[in-house]
Design a protein around this ligand. Structure first.
Ligand SMILES: Cc1cc2nc3c(=O)[nH]c(=O)nc-3n(C[C@H](O)[C@H](O)[C@H](O)COP(=O)(O)OP(=O)(O)OC[C@H]3O[C@@H](n4cnc5c(N)ncnc54)[C@H](O)[C@@H]3O)c2cc1C
Length: 511
């Protein structure tokens, strides 16, 4: 119980496995006693989707010691500045809103919602309060070639090729971070007398023993699910999508513009993601099998792409929306799809992988006797985060005025969590602000709720709202500053494609 935790075994070599192995190995690089081993099946492929990220990926890559230009060159990366939601409120061409990655202008000083609403909402909320929508609409990059690695003019994340990213991380972790890579199929798990995992037995490499086991085995959840039988909390009564048809569509011309944001277009029983990488777009239709058929989903995808897609390889992925009742049990912690997956909206899965990897790396138990304390904190933190994410994703559906059965059911009171109902009731009279979210474990800040709510046409009743002259003057100044920021940024920034081409030719300066 008091011997130090030395050997960490990660089962699974998808994005979750490599990010977690790398994050732990990088954090403890100086400590030669700590060994991270990643065991991965040579026969079970990675899920191969997950191409939209959050800005947190920049700090994760920095922690891993990765150069941004290497990552951009080798993983087909483009810059992402948020998401454009089309037809989520009404099924008409003109309907769209943005959820950008930059906070509203002056967000820490003044809540601009009431002031924007009082102006008569002639300009969209995100455009009135944030300069990033204008950049996305013009396909501009979030920085210039003169900004150093990871530096930015506008906050950004990435779009990446999931298959190439896992391989890139594998090479980096094994070459630079001493992660041992074992290609073998885990067949069974053996416990010690305490009920901890003593070793996993593999087909090709025998037994692999460890002090801490990280289950990154994807949907198969070999350790947390199959072995420990930790219950799965289903969310399919709240979030209805359960299937995806994913396809890779080459650009017509090599130098076609690359969208600087994810495009999410609502469909009759789900939505389609559209992610522009350097050489292709990754497009997928996420739908609910209770409300549409696979044939119809395929036809809708084909119509969205604008051509027959029979010549392209369409991958079908089915999933149960939900997450584990606990993520860390005894000496086993689940990260990635093994921990849960609700749906791809807002790229919330990889950010949870990064946050999990960070917490494990930074709070790695010194010895077994303190592991249960850290496990409890981990479970409390991540249960909270999953609950908040479910609320936030559901928020995208509830204010919709679309008439199809899927959308009507999405706004039926019985499908909305009580916690979200309560917040939405509050926001009828108080626009969302930081004080609504009191935990420091929030994944999505109050600004994100503002962008989605008011983007979808939600109205707050301001008849009882109290303001004063000083606040009104401050708000007016912020709207003006935003206009100036738009003009300045539009003037100085290259297109997403131009910047990618320059980075490929010249690289980026070191930080
Ligand atoms: C349709 C869809 C779209 C998504 N889009 C996004 C997005 O845009 N943004 C985002 O953040 N996330 C997204 N995600 C989630 C994202 O794909 C995952 O979080 C990410 O890929 C991590 O997956 P993973 O590593 O947990 O699992 P996987 O990629 O499935 O890897 C599992 C690993 O376990 C190994 N394994 C399995 N069985 C064994 C065994 N017996 N022995 C040894 N090894 C084994 C496999 O070989 C593999 O290496 C999406 C998911 C889906 C389903």
């Amino acid at each position: 119980m008091t011997e130090s935790i030395k050997h960490i075994v990660v089962v699974g070599g998808g994005t979750a496995g490599w990010l977690t192995a790398g994050r732990i190995a990088a954090e403890h690089k100086e400590n030669q006693a700590i060994q991270v081993t990643l065991v991965e099946s040579p026969n079970v492929p990675i899920v191969g989707v997950g191409e939209g990220t959050w800005p947190t990926m920049r700090s994760t890559l920095i922690k891993l010691g990765i150069r941004e230009d290497d990552f951009i060159n080798q993983c087909d990366v483009s810059f992402k500045q948020g998401a454009k939601f089309a037809k989520w409120s009404k099924n008409i061409e003109e309907d769209f809103y943005y959820h950008p990655l930059v906070l509203p202008q002056g967000f820490s000083k003044v809540n601009l919602v009431p002031h924007w609403q009082q102006q008569g909402v002639s300009q969209s909320f995100s455009d009135a309060v944030c300069f990033q929508e204008a950049l996305c609409e013009k396909g501009l990059a979030p920085k210039t070639i003169r900004n150093p690695q990871y530096g930015a003019v506008a906050n950004y994340a990435y779009h990446l090729n999931a298959g190439k990213f896992s391989q890139f991380l594998q090479k980096h972790c094994t070459s630079n971070l001493r992660v041992k890579h074992v290609l073998a199929d885990v067949r069974s798990v053996t416990e010690n007398e305490l009920g901890d995992i003593a070793h996993v037995t593999t087909e090709q490499a025998g037994d692999i023993a460890g002090d801490l086991f990280i289950d990154c085995s994807g949907f198969s959840a070999l350790l947390i699910g199959k072995h420990y039988q930790i219950p799965f909390n289903s969310c399919n009564d709240v979030l209805f999508v359960d299937n995806a048809l994913a396809v890779q569509v080459p650009y017509e011309q090599e130098d076609d513009p690359i969208a600087s944001h994810t495009i999410s277009t609502a469909q009759q029983a789900g939505w389609i993601w559209d992610i522009g990488l350097q050489h292709r777009r990754g497009i997928g239709h996420v739908y609910s099998s209770a409300f549409t058929s696979e044939d119809q989903a395929y036809a809708d995808l084909s119509r969205y792409i604008g051509r027959n897609i029979d010549d392209l390889s369409v991958k079908k992925i089915s999933f149960d929306s939900g997450y584990r009742d606990k993520f860390w049990h005894r000496n086993c912690v689940a990260v990635g799809l093994a921990a849960g997956f609700v749906e791809p909206l807002e790229a919330s899965s990889l950010v949870l992988v990064e946050l999990s990897a960070q917490m494990i790396a930074e709070q790695l138990p010194a010895c077994r006797s303190v592991m249960d304390i850290i496990a409890k904190r981990f479970n409390d933190t991540f249960t909270y985060r999953w609950l908040r994410i479910v609320d936030f994703l559901k928020l995208h559906y509830v204010p919709s005025q679309r008439e199809e059965a899927f959308w009507q059911e999405n706004r039926a009171a019985h499908s909305i969590p009580e916690s979200l109902k309560e917040l939405m009731h509050l926001w009828r009279y108080h626009p969302p602000y930081d004080h609504d979210f009191t935990s420091n474990n929030e994944v999505f800040p109050a600004a994100s709720y503002q962008y989605v709510l008011y983007g979808m046409g939600f109205k707050t009743d301001l008849s009882l709202y109290r303001t004063n002259d000083a606040e009104m003057a401050l708000a007016k100044e912020q709207f003006h500053l935003n206009k100036m920021n738009i003009a300045k940024a539009v003037d100085m920034l290259p297109t997403n494609r131009e910047l990618i081409n320059k980075i490929k030719a010249f690289g980026l300066q070191a930080i």
